[in-house]
Ligand binder design. Sequence first.
Ligand SMILES: NC(=O)c1ccc[n+]([C@@H]2O[C@H](COP(=O)([O-])OP(=O)(O)OC[C@H]3O[C@@H](n4cnc5c(N)ncnc54)[C@H](OP(=O)(O)O)[C@@H]3O)[C@@H](O)[C@H]2O)c1
Length: 231
Amino acid sequence: MKGKQVLLTGGTGGLGLGVTPAVLAQGAEVTIPYRSVQEVERLKGIFSPDDFERIQFIPANLTDEGSVENIIKRMERVDVLIHLVGGFSMGKTHEYSFTDWKRDFDLNLNTTFLVCKHSLNKMLQSGYGRIVTVGSRGAVQPVGQLAAYCASKAGVVALTQAIADETKGTNITANVVLPSVIDTPANRAAMGAEDADKWVKPDSLAQVICFLASESAKDVRGAAVPVYGSV
Ligand SMILES: NC(=O)c1ccc[n+]([C@@H]2O[C@H](COP(=O)([O-])OP(=O)(O)OC[C@H]3O[C@@H](n4cnc5c(N)ncnc54)[C@H](OP(=O)(O)O)[C@@H]3O)[C@@H](O)[C@H]2O)c1
């Protein structure tokens, strides 16, 4: 990814703590949309000032199309889109509010649609692009109390594979990774660290993402790659 312009959403989050350094280590120029200043500060703590010169932080809410358009307008090209934004909340379907259901779809599926749509417009102009989205194991093996999350992540897989089909015959690819449990500070705080050695490490998942985002992966299209660790 040397010299590539990378839009890395969710780059300040738990998985971002592994993916952002990995993308920078490949020599890319990185744009990271963010909402929380505290998360930007947490990320700054793991970099040298030299690394930081290659990151542009832009405040944005990716559920808003105008906000997404603004970010992409500020980038000369989008060679690579790595879309990490997403999240879950739990509850049985008969008790789950429609408001929460729509929020989960906004966060997981609608953000993916918006960043893919506007990145693709730039990629089609330049004739090059790599899109990597993040689903979840629950997208292909749904579990109880996570219906909205599993259904919206299944939508992320379907959207990514539809884009892969639409971009056949170009040097633009789209693929999705399906993590199980990631070893993030939030998961350790919520579940304790007893099983953490079985979880996927952010820097390990980052290597899979970086391969799919690389020039070398030009023939990999529409893959939904399980990254389950030992869970
Ligand atoms: N953690 C896991 O065990 C696990 C397992 C399977 C799949 N995944 C998937 O992996 C991805 C990363 O997870 P994570 O654990 O790193 O989550 P995380 O720590 O909650 O990070 C999510 C990131 O998305 C950003 N974000 C959320 N809503 C946004 C919005 N509307 N506009 C702009 N940015 C927004 C957050 O920034 P702000 O805080 O500033 O809003 C944060 O940087 C997600 O798609 C998640 O579903 C995670």
